[in-house]
Design a protein around this ligand. Structure first.
Ligand SMILES: Nc1nc2c(ncn2[C@@H]2O[C@H](COP(=O)(O)OP(=O)(O)OP(=O)(O)O)[C@@H](O)[C@H]2O)c(=O)[nH]1
Length: 556
């Protein structure tokens, strides 16, 4: 169980020791002092410190960063050194730096000259040449003049090299010396345009002979009331010049310098950062890179036609990305869309083909079906026609039946009324037919009926109408018949039937017909009127002995 006293003790303990632990964390952060040879505006120093800070930030080590500049180019060095020494002593009186980085020959010289300044600090020198002290880590910023000059000669093949530089500072002199001895080593003639004001320089470079090459050792110039940093001086020179310009530092790339074997201030800064990180961690100092390499400005490479000469492993700046690099995403998306479109089109074509195939099959089937329907319709229509005809024809004799007779008779009657063409009706009835049937049998009777029909048909004209209108009863309409004609015709029919026996099996059957004749009379309303009179005449023929022709008295 926690009592109040114990709780108070724990809380007090936490509150007392917490600030101490925070302070301890703060104490573990390293203080780094960075001293540049030039001024705060010097691009070289800016790039080195930038590289240093970037590397330190990436290392994840906690540190506090302080930067100062010796401004060695503006002041007398020794006098400046004493002033700077006192200033820094005072500035870091409370807490001296753990690491002292000096960038450039002047700052490194200063660092080595005052070992008593920040005596406990680990020193990193970024300078060219000798380290000068066993207590300092050297980042060698010595320009490899020979490699640099050889690369320049290889690319531009100059007949003469014009060196632009200053000889004010010892470091400037050192640099010019390195360049000239490298050119002498390579047997290339040269001329130094040294310590010249900018207008003089611009005039000089504008009149250089063909096949000249300019080597630019970075210089500061005051021009038209402005302080021009080396990069901007180079820009002016580049505009005035008709010759390619080479230099030693990539900090001036992009202002008209071609490139070549260069040192990179930023990379030197990275190396210093790596060294500082190793010092803090207490491990061995190993650099993953050096501060030199082949670097080119692609615009200048193209301008001077060096595309095929530069090393394939070189770093090329400002090269416009290829169409592929620029629009990679869009190109891939377009290609994918095209593929998809192609796939869809293929699928559609396939589906369309299948549909067309199915449609063709269906069409064939439909045509076949239509053909069958047509055939069937024709068949049905034929059957219908036959059925209609059958309904009008007497099956036994092949003559029109009673119904057909009355249809035709109606037409004949109508035509007679309209055109006054008279017609005659013959009513025929086989005599004593019942007896024939009874004597010879029904099939024999049928044969007799057929024979009578045949005789009638053989004797009348095609325009006349003969029909079987009852069991053994026939009617004939004779058109435009004269009195003599229709009577003699009736007589001939009667005569032939009675004279010519009908052969059936072994029998010779004799038969006869009675005929009643009536003629159309004006006032007859229909065929029935004439038939009625013909029927009466027939009745009379029957009554008066049969096998005879009787004419309706109205006709006579
Ligand atoms: N074989 C056969 N006989 C038929 C057919 N149609 C009607 N008959 C017969 O014809 C006979 C007609 O007889 P009836 O009306 O008495 O007259 P009929 O014997 O001819 O005497 P009349 O007319 O007075 O001369 C009946 O016996 C019917 O059965 C047929 O198509 N075939």
């Amino acid at each position: 169980m926690l009592n109040a006293a114990k709780l108070t003790f724990i809380i007090s303990f936490v509150f007392c020791f917490m600030p101490l632990s925070i302070f301890a964390g703060d104490k573990s952060s390293e203080t780094i002092f960075f001293l540049g040879s030039g001024s705060a505006e010097t691009p070289w120093t800016q790039l080195v410190s930038q590289g240093f800070v970037e590397k330190m930030d990436r290392s994840g080590v906690p540190y506090s960063f302080h930067i100062d500049h010796l401004e060695a180019a503006r002041f007398d060095e020794v006098h400046q050194y004493d002033l700077m020494f006192r200033y820094l002593k005072e500035k870091f009186a409370q807490k001296e730096p753990d690491i002292f980085v000096s960038a450039g020959p002047a700052a490194s010289n200063f660092s080595l000259r005052f070992p008593e300044l920040f005596a406990g600090a680990r020193r990193i020198l970024i300078q060219s040449g000798d380290d000068g002290s066993a207590n300092a880590t050297l980042i060698d910023a010595e320009i490899e003049h020979l490699l640099m000059i050889r690369e320049m000669i290889r690319l531009s093949g100059p007949s003469k090299v014009f060196i632009i530089g200053d000889s004010v500072q010892p470091s400037d002199k050192l640099r010019l010396g390195g360049i000239t001895s490298a050119l002498e080593h390579e047997n290339v003639s040269y001329e130094i345009l040294v310590n010249k004001a900018l207008p003089e320089l611009l005039a000089a470079v504008s009149e250089l002979p063909d096949e000249s090459t300019i080597f630019y050792a970075p210089i500061f110039r005051r021009y038209e009331g402005k302080d021009l940093a080396p990069a901007y001086v180079l820009k002016e020179l580049h505009q005035a010049s008709r010759s390619p310009i080479f230099s030693s530092s990539d900090s001036t790339l992009g202002f008209g310098m071609v490139g070549g074997y260069l040192y990179s201030p930023k990379k030197l800064g990275y190396m210093a950062g790596e060294a500082a990180h190793s010092l803090i961690r207490g491990g061995p100092i190993e650099f993953t890179q050096n501060g030199f390499g082949y670097t080119y400005d692609w615009n200048e490479v193209i301008r001077w036609g060096y595309e095929d000469l530069i090393s394939t492993k070189a770093e090329v700046l400002f090269r416009a990305p290829s169409l592929w690099q620029q629009h990679k995403g869009k190109i891939i998306l377009t290609l994918l869309s095209l593929c998809l479109l192609l796939l869809l089109s293929t699928a559609l074509i396939f589906i369309n083909r299948q549909l067309t195939k199915t449609k063709n099959v269906l069409n064939k089937e439909r045509l076949l079906l239509e053909e069958r329907v047509q055939e069937r319709t024709q068949e049905l229509s034929l059957l219908h026609k036959q059925a209609v005809e059958m309904a009008r024809i007497d099956v036994l004799t092949g003559l029109p039946n009673r119904r057909a007779f009355f249809e035709q008779a109606e037409i004949v009657h109508y035509q007679t009324e309209r055109y006054h063409n008279p017609y005659v009706v013959l009513m025929l009835d086989i005599d004593l037919f019942k007896k024939t049937n009874d004597t010879y049998g029904h099939p024999a009777g049928d044969k007799v009926i057929q024979s009578v029909a045949k005789t009638i048909r053989s004797l009348i004209r095609k325009s006349d109408v003969a029909a079987r209108i009852g069991g053994e009863e026939f009617a004939v309409i004779l058109r435009e018949a004269e009195h003599d004609h229709f009577y003699s015709l009736a007589e001939r029919v009667r005569h032939e039937i009675s004279e010519i026996p009908v052969c059936f099996e072994d029998d010779q059957i004799r038969t006869s017909v009675s005929i009643g004749i009536a003629e159309y009379q004006a006032g007859d309303k229909s065929i029935d009127d004439i038939l009625c009179r013909a029927d009466k005449a027939l009745y009379q023929a029957k009554q008066t002995g049969r096998n005879k022709v009787v004419i309706d008295p109205v006709c006579v």
